[in-house]
Design a protein around this ligand. Sequence first.
Ligand code: FAD
Length: 406
Amino acid sequence: MAFFTPEQELTLYKLHRTEENFEDYLSFLKDSLQDFVATKVAPNAEKNDRDEIFPESTFHELGELGFISLPFPEKYGGMEACFSYYNAGLETLTKGDAGFALGVAIHGTTASGINLFANDSLKEKYLPGLVSGEKIGAFSLSEPDSGSDAKAIKTRYPEDSNGDFLLNGTKYWITNALSADVFYVFANGPDGRISAFLVEKGWDGTFEQAKIEDKMGVRSSNTAELIFQDYKVPKENLVGEPGGGFKQAMLMLNGGRVTISSWSTGIAQGAYEKLLKYAHERQLFDGLLKDLVPIQKEIAEMSIEIRAARTLAYDTAFYYTQKKGDVARLAAQAKMKATEVSVYVAERAIQLAGGYGYVKDSKIERHLRDALLGRIGEGANELLTSVVIPRSILKEFEENPITDQW
Ligand SMILES: Cc1cc2nc3c(=O)[nH]c(=O)nc-3n(C[C@H](O)[C@H](O)[C@H](O)COP(=O)(O)OP(=O)(O)OC[C@H]3O[C@@H](n4cnc5c(N)ncnc54)[C@H](O)[C@@H]3O)c2cc1C
């Protein structure tokens, strides 16, 4: 079973064919990772979806395989590869199990934030374990009363007499929260400016985790509420400057959107392939489903949309690595496209598979349930199209207006 497709190879080829390590990274994705997904991820996806299990041991094994380390600095055990390889791998992983892959993606966002914003001593303390996949990370921004409006978070961090911080508040919807060792937590200061902290379990004060039950999709990721009451965070665990947390969160979300674009492409590809296979098996009107011209037309349209989503995703990952362009706009565009494509393809795949598509046995319906999360998480698509993308476009126009009429 091909979890890494020739189209993925082609899209990477365009970006990296002249680079020395291209074949090495490609063979890692085509052989090691593909085999891992085929033997350890995909076979358990149905059960993990049904029973809401995030397979922690598989996560650690994925770390041992080296996948998680791909984009991180060698100094901390990484391979320093372009994010586009990581994106390609995440697409493959998602095809096998989108819930599990979401946990991997959010872990990556957490580790990337530490790599970008923490001082050397925090990096040395936390990154090796996260990069190797021995430890699991969680990105903890959202709250019961604050999602899109991230500045409205209510978690507070008064200082005690030693200058340590006392976290007070509730985080909500936190992926990996029941498995994580390291939590990248955002809290609001007295001046209304957000700061960021690296938080572990087992410190003084109260830190409780409560599972959010029965999500419709991404059920093999764990999602929970975090409750902090006078939870003592050492002053050394402040990330960056006091008040610098909101900017960190926004930049981490840019990276997160880059990865979610490939996550969503993986869902679309999975639904598309299942439809393609079924269309070659389903007999009707003295022929096969695949012989019907309207079906062929829709399959063609799906393939174009998936290719567009993948190309945007890998290209954006490349620009993100190269620090080229306005990453906020590029990442939001890629995320928007891929998440909409995944919902479109999964929904049409169910429709075109008829009654078979509507039952769990087809394994297509899981793709639609998973795909719907992509439009909500990492910045809801409505927010991206009404704020993030137009803001960037209008700013660019104002800086460099088009004045000629031609
Ligand atoms: C399964 C799952 C996993 C998650 N994992 C994490 C995680 O690991 N860490 C984390 O911090 N958060 C996580 N989240 C939270 C997620 O980021 C938020 O759900 C998301 O940001 C939307 O926030 P909200 O749910 O509060 O919706 P709201 O912000 O209340 O939005 C409600 C509606 O308003 C729309 N809307 C918002 N702003 C605008 C606007 N300006 N213009 C037009 N429409 C708008 C939205 O699109 C949405 O349809 C997760 C959520 C889920 C469901």
